[in-house]
Design a protein around this ligand. Structure first.
Ligand SMILES: *Cc1c(COP(=O)(O)O)cnc(C)c1O
Length: 450
């Protein structure tokens, strides 16, 4: 089969293969890679997936993007070992479902992409000389998912930067208790500071002796696996025929990009509801057509969505024919009419989020944590305006036990802790501290990896 190529949203860099896009992360023109010509499902293919287990759906979807890079047998094996956990589709009423993406080792949806990306990198680096250093900034869940995904992968080192004041104790422990090839660094600042340090390092010519790459959701390897669960839900609930509304709690807009790519592949997606917290630059953009990033980003209860300038939004804009550069300047407007037809956006404040957690439990015995609650509220609002929707899925992106204090305060009981989270409690933590200062960060990178 012919290999797909991948092009940058900034349009100034040459097209590359999947392997190159994966290992680079960001394109040399600072844009983000997208597949050139999105593959489509064959007639009847979706219906044939409707009774298949998750790893088989994953292999069918991902195979369209990885042909020529990974052999089908190799991909099948990666899918089976990455997705050895449940993907519950919880029925709430006749038309509404919650898809729980929280059963992986770090109890967030980021495990889906992280685990596949770890395996893809492992396969690509199997016989490589020297170490590849994965730098990642996290506001909560990326770091732990990436750390677990790459833990003990040969020839790969991981450094995770996080703002200690913005992550929960459980989130932190998932990054600081692994050791080995995983280094956790607490940065005195906000998530944006962490992201700025990482971006500067990628652009720093003097670091060329260190082979750096990113596993943030700017890496195409973080997006492709996120197409799969939308396909899985739609074929299970609608046979791949009935149109489905997905509501996706969104921060950096990688998760919702999975739904958008699925739709472009031919999955019947009626609408993608994107629900943000008070970092509402995208809902405002859909309203006004003007894009203004939020600096600094606001600290909200749904902390993994505290993003004031989502890097993946450049990809969304590109898929609608526009161009948003890495600084947040809209160089070319997208087709706003089509954008509004496919995407519906709303935002929720922290008090609305808390009230939603209580209401969902009271009305449906539906247990949500703050991120999933933002998504659920988005779906409630959408359905109020569009009452004829037949099949709707709200995405729950983390396990409620990751936010035990908040849930207990609101509902009067603490959620049961899954095995994966309980295991880190007693382990010793190891963590470096750093001011939000590039020179210090650069020195650390050189000391450790050159
Ligand atoms: C990362 C994260 C999100 C936001 O996903 P994006 O792809 O950044 O939009 C939502 N919920 C949880 C729990 C997360 O960890």
């Amino acid at each position: 089969m012919e290999q797909m190529s991948y092009a940058s949203t900034n349009r100034q860099a040459p097209e590359v293969t999947l392997a190159e896009a994966l290992l680079r992360g960001q394109a040399p023109d600072r844009g983000l890679y997208l597949p050139v010509g999105i593959p489509r499902f064959a007639p009847g293919e979706l219906a044939s997936l409707s009774d298949k287990p998750y790893p088989e759906v994953a292999a069918a979807v991902l195979g369209k993007f990885t042909a020529g890079t990974f052999a089908p047998d190799e991909l099948d094996a990666m899918c089976r070992s990455a997705y050895d956990y449940e993907v519950p589709l919880e029925r709430v009423d006749d038309r509404r479902h919650v898809m729980r993406l929280d059963r992986g080792p770090t109890a967030s949806f980021k495990d889906f992409a992280g685990r596949m990306m770890g395996r893809m990198f492992g396969a690509l680096r199997r016989n490589a000389a020297g170490r590849l250093v994965i730098l990642t900034a996290t506001s909560g869940d990326t770091g732990s998912a990436v750390a677990h995904a790459f833990y003990r992968i040969p020839n790969v080192e991981v450094m995770v930067l996080f703002p200690p004041a913005e992550v929960s104790a459980r989130q932190r422990k998932q990054m600081t208790t692994l050791g080995g090839n995983i280094t956790a660094v607490g940065v005195d600042g906000k998530f944006d500071d962490c992201q700025a340090l990482v971006k500067q390092a990628f652009a720093d010519e003097s670091l060329r002796g260190v082979e750096l790459t990113s596993a943030n959701s700017i890496n195409i390897g973080r997006l492709l696996p996120q197409i799969v669960y939308y396909v899985y839900a739609a074929v299970r609930l609608g046979g791949g025929v009935a149109p489905v509304v997905f509501s996706v709690p969104s921060g950096n807009f990688g998760d919702m990009m999975g739904a958008l790519l699925a739709s472009r592949m031919g999955l019947p997606v009626e609408r993608i509801v994107v629900a943000t917290n008070a970092n509402d630059e995208v809902p405002r953009f859909l309203q006004t057509g003007e894009y203004h990033k939020i600096v600094p980003s606001k600290s909200c209860l749904s902390n993994a969505m505290n993003v004031g300038h989502p890097s993946n939004f450049a990809r969304v804009i590109a898929l609608f024919g526009g161009w948003l550069d890495e600084a947040g300047t809209l160089r070319q407007a997208p087709d706003m009419g089509r954008l509004r037809q496919e995407i519906w956006a709303t935002s929720a404040g922290d008090e609305e989020t808390r009230a939603t957690i209580q209401r969902a439990w009271r009305e449906h015995k539906l247990l949500l944590e703050p991120h999933g609650a933002v998504g659920w509220l988005g779906l409630e609002r959408y359905l109020r305006e569009h009452p004829t929707v037949a099949v709707a899925v709200s995405v729950e992106t983390a396990h409620p036990a990751k936010f035990p204090e908040e849930v207990e305060r609101l509902l009067g009981f603490a959620p049961e802790v899954p095995e994966s989270l309980a295991a880190v409690e007693a382990k010793p933590e190891e963590c470096l501290r750093l001011p939000a200062d590039y020179d210090e960060f650069r020195k650390l990178l050189l000391d450790k990896y050159s």
